[in-house]
Design a protein around this ligand. Structure first.
Ligand SMILES: Nc1ncnc2c1ncn2[C@@H]1O[C@H](COP(=O)(O)OP(=O)(O)OP(=O)(O)O)[C@@H](O)[C@H]1O
Ligand SMILES: [Mg+2]
Length: 326
């Protein structure tokens, strides 16, 4: 079995730097996971810093509206203007509240610490925010989501081009992650059922047996209505979140990501893509104390190499996509 030390990813990061700048097009990435305190903000901020370092224009958005702390991960003070100013229409565009972070190419739209209304935005406010996110002038927008599987969290996960599900190697975290993915899948179905006229057949199936895995749902729908079943299969194939396993402490945990993806594919019919792991860093507190991003404060350490490897994986994915659309 590989040891953690042997598994340090090669420092291949620089190889693709800026090489194919023109091939890029705007991407929105959401970082979620069912549980609090599992490294969502760490991963979101590190992706932002790393893509910005490589020359992409990045906007980080703190959507953890109840407990916004992405600014802390960047080592900066909480900006005065926040999403609540946008949600409450005190400003008209996100550009107005996107502040410089001190890192070239990297701006932050902060969440609000106080506005309770912002943690549960009304439908119209949410749509307006989503449109504003989609309209931002940037190469990469990273959404740092709040904990849990509330539909407001899920909707932002689903509006992104790529979703990253974060978990740590603990049974409760794995369960929460599955609950999150499953909830996101069903939320997505809700959005497409109207488009494809699947409402009746879905309602019938959901009534008959619940709770139900996505794979089982497709089976049941196919039995009743083969064409609707085909549509659902397509939806399932298109729903392919990434998985990151954070706070890995021992070699046995290295196989967890692949094992989860295989199990979820087999038992639940959901196709996940394992993006990589991030090792636990006992000295992470040093970054907090220094008020600097972990990625930079611990630059020579395994945790930073892992975070850069995650950015690498995503970068490669975007380049593939850009190639395929050329
Ligand atoms: N791999 C790691 N090694 C050491 N410390 C870590 C690691 N990942 C995260 N942490 C620390 O754990 C704490 C929680 O991380 P983070 O804020 O990124 O989690 P979160 O999922 O965004 O939490 P919340 O749901 O509260 O927003 C932070 O202090 C962070 O520095
Ligand atoms: Mg967070």
């Amino acid at each position: 079995m590989r040891t953690l030390a042997e598994h340090t990813p090669a420092e291949s990061v620089a190889t693709s730097d800026v090489r194919s700048a023109a091939a890029f097009f705007k991407r929105i990435v959401a970082v979620g996971g069912g549980k609090g305190g599992i490294g969502k903000s760490l991963i979101a901020s590190s992706l932002g810093i790393e893509f910005a370092r490589r020359g992409r224009r990045v906007v980080l958005i703190d959507l953890d509206l109840g407990g916004a702390n992405l600014h802390t991960c960047l080592g900066i003070a909480h900006p005065e203007e926040t999403l609540s100013d946008f949600v409450l229409r005190r400003v008209e565009s996100l550009e107005e509240i996107a502040v410089d972070t001190g890192f070239e190419n990297l701006r932050l739209v902060s969440g609000s610490l106080d506005a309770i209304a912002a943690a549960n935005p009304l439908h119209q406010q949410k749509l307006r925010l989503m449109r504003a996110i989609q309209g931002l002038d940037a190469d990469l927008v990273v959404l740092d989501l709040g904990a849990g599987s509330h539909f407001n969290v899920l909707d932002f996960f689903l509006v992104a081009d790529e979703g990253i599900v974060t978990l740590v190697p603990e049974p409760t975290s794995v369960e929460n992650a599955y609950r999150f993915v499953k909830a996101a899948f069903f939320r997505r179905l809700k959005a497409v059922e109207a488009v494809y006229g699947l409402h009746d057949v879905l309602a019938e199936v959901m009534q008959a047996r619940r709770p139900m895995s996505p794979a089982r749902l497709v089976q049941e729908v196919s039995r009743r209505d083969p064409e609707a079943g085909m549509r659902l299969s397509e939806e399932m194939r298109a729903f392919r979140p990434f998985v990151v396993v954070n706070a890995v402490r021992e070699a046995a945990d290295l196989s967890l990501g692949d094992a989860i993806c295989t199990a979820w594919r087999r038992f639940f019919g959901i196709e996940l893509r394992y993006l990589g792991h991030v090792r636990h860093d006992e000295e992470a507190w040093r970054a907090v104390r220094a008020r600097r991003p972990l990625l930079l404060e611990r630059a020579g350490q395994p945790i930073a190499a892992d975070l850069r490897a995650i950015a690498d994986g995503l970068w490669a994915r975007f380049e593939e996509e850009a190639e395929s659309t050329r």
